[in-house]
Design a protein around this ligand. Structure first.
Ligand code: BES
Ligand code: ZN
Length: 456
């Protein structure tokens, strides 16, 4: 047993109980009523960084939720790893679909159930425990900095300000992030790319007030009907997005790259069964793995308007709304896609309704070169700890700050996550395997060793 494994074995119960304490804090960044809890989570992270052996850890105030910045220096000439993570979580709703309360963590069948268990408290906390074990074992081979934010789930709106104003403090050789997933516990992988995002709210207005659907229905455009028609028009029969110019910048992969991607294990029947669907529906000419990684998408995230209460009310509503997200791939630009959407959506509004397009947050896609020292160190760490070479894999989710770090700090990020797609992130019954938690701590600790060993 290595010194790393021995430390984890000795302290594993405490590693879990500390994570449970963090998971109890309802740090939902989207909910202003929970601002105090969000701050409490930041203070928890700060205290734990200090307890783990950081030289310093402070809360940096922003106009939104605070950023925790911490540091452990071991030597001037040594490389520096900058760890990024987030302590905020998604709202837990719909509450009634949770088998146990989202902020009362429960361990069941080797998994810890709670909002944020995987995304990202559990994964972020592995880094603090890896720091602890390396410091206590006197094996930390390089300098480490921590930048743990509380607004990732709401678009990281104040992180750009922080990065631009704290450039000197943030100087590092690589950024390390655990906020993604692996293919399976017997098939480790490293995330080599993430999609970008354009997120939009639309408002469709018809008559100047709600109308009786019998008295006026048939003569007056119904904004909900109009909105549904417009949404339908955004894709064609091959599930391709119809917005003119949408695909102009999309990087097409070579046949060789697609063949490589085709080797990633994927069991379509098991995938469908796990989701309770009889068929998949994606862009023609591409595989499901490609649909969720290298192809852009357009999805309605929510749609509302009119009467949705008990029973029935005969009404022709004055307004209809929808929230629409588009996941973007290299080299699409979030601002450009948002503008193309706006132009097109306004142009397809039928007579009798008015359309307002309200852009929300966005973010750019990112890719990590497989031959960078950071990626190679991550690969070696996985191979050592998991006994298998990890497969490089692009993922469908977004971490918009990855592109921001590259632009502002000139640093690439290594996306070394340990979750599983089946961990229900952003859904009821989110969970994180204890196996993944402990293996993750070990892999992170070994990453430092290999990163320094590569002479990075
Ligand atoms: N951890 C996720 C991103 C993720 C999930 C990447 C799974 C790869 C695989 C992150 O916390 C997240 O949910 N991000 C948002 C970004 C948005 C709020 C700007 C997302 O992808 O929806
Ligand atoms: Zn996350």
């Amino acid at each position: 047993m290595s010194t790393t494994q021995a430390y984890i074995e000795t302290h594993k119960d405490r590693f879990v109980s500390e994570l449970i304490d963090l998971l109890k804090i309802p740090s939902v960044s989207a909910n202003p009523a929970q601002a105090a809890a969000v701050r409490q989570a930041a203070q928890f992270v700060q205290a734990q960084l200090l307890a783990a052996g950081a030289d310093r850890a402070e809360l940096i105030e922003t106009e939104g939720h605070p950023i925790v910045f911490g540091e452990k220096k071991v030597g001037e000439g040594l490389p520096t790893v900058l760890v990024y993570g987030h302590y905020d979580v998604q709202p837990p709703d719909p509450m009634e679909l949770w088998d146990s309360p989202p902020f009362e963590p429960l361990i069941k069948e080797g998994k810890i159930y709670a909002r944020g268990a995987c995304d990202d408290k559990g994964q972020m906390y592995m880094h603090i425990k890896a720091l602890e074990l390396l410091v206590k074992n006197q094996e930390l081979p390089c300098n480490v900095k921590f930048m743990i934010e509380g607004e990732e789930e709401v678009g990281s709106s104040h992180l750009a300000w922080f990065v631009q104003n704290y450039r000197a403090q943030l100087q590092a050789d690589v950024i390390l992030i655990s906020d993604t997933s692996i293919i399976a516990n017997d098939t480790p992988s490293i995330t080599a790319g993430l999609r970008g995002l354009s997120y939009i709210q639309v408002e469709v207005t018809g008559p100047n007030r709600d109308l009786h659907s019998g008295v006026y229905g048939g003569a007056v455009a119904n904004p909900i009907n109009a909105l549904c028609e417009m949404i339908t028009a955004l894709k064609d029969e091959n599930n391709r997005i119809t917005i003119p110019g949408f695909y102009d910048e999309v990087a097409e992969l070579s046949q060789a790259e697609r063949a490589e991607m085709g080797k990633i294990p994927f069991d379509e029947a098991a995938y469908k069964a796990a989701l309770g669907v009889e068929a998949l529906r994606g862009e023609k000419g591409y595989t499901p793995i490609e649909h969720v990684s290298i192809r852009p998408t357009l999805d309605v995230n929510g749609i509302w308007g009119g009467y949705t209460g008990e029973g029935s009310k005969t009404v022709l509503p004055a307004k209809a709304y929808a929230k629409i997200s588009m996941r973007l791939v290299p080299f699409q630009s979030s601002d450009k896609i948002t503008a193309l959407f706006q132009q097109y959506f306004e142009s397809i509004a039928p007579a009798g309704v008015q359309v307002k397009v309200l852009p929300h947050h966005g973010g750019e896609p990112a890719v990590t070169p497989l031959d960078s020292p950071g990626f190679r160190a991550a690969s070696l760490a996985f191979e050592e700890v998991w006994g298998k070479k990890p497969i490089p894999k692009r993922e469908g989710g977004s971490i918009p700050i990855v592109a921001l770090f590259e632009k502002e700090l000139g640093l690439k990020s290594v996306l070394m996550g340990f979750g599983l797609d089946s961990d229900n992130i952003h859904s009821p019954n989110e969970h994180y395997g204890l196996f993944n938690y402990f293996k993750g701590i070990e892999t992170i600790a070994r990453f430092y060793h290999h990163f320094v060993g590569l002479g990075a």
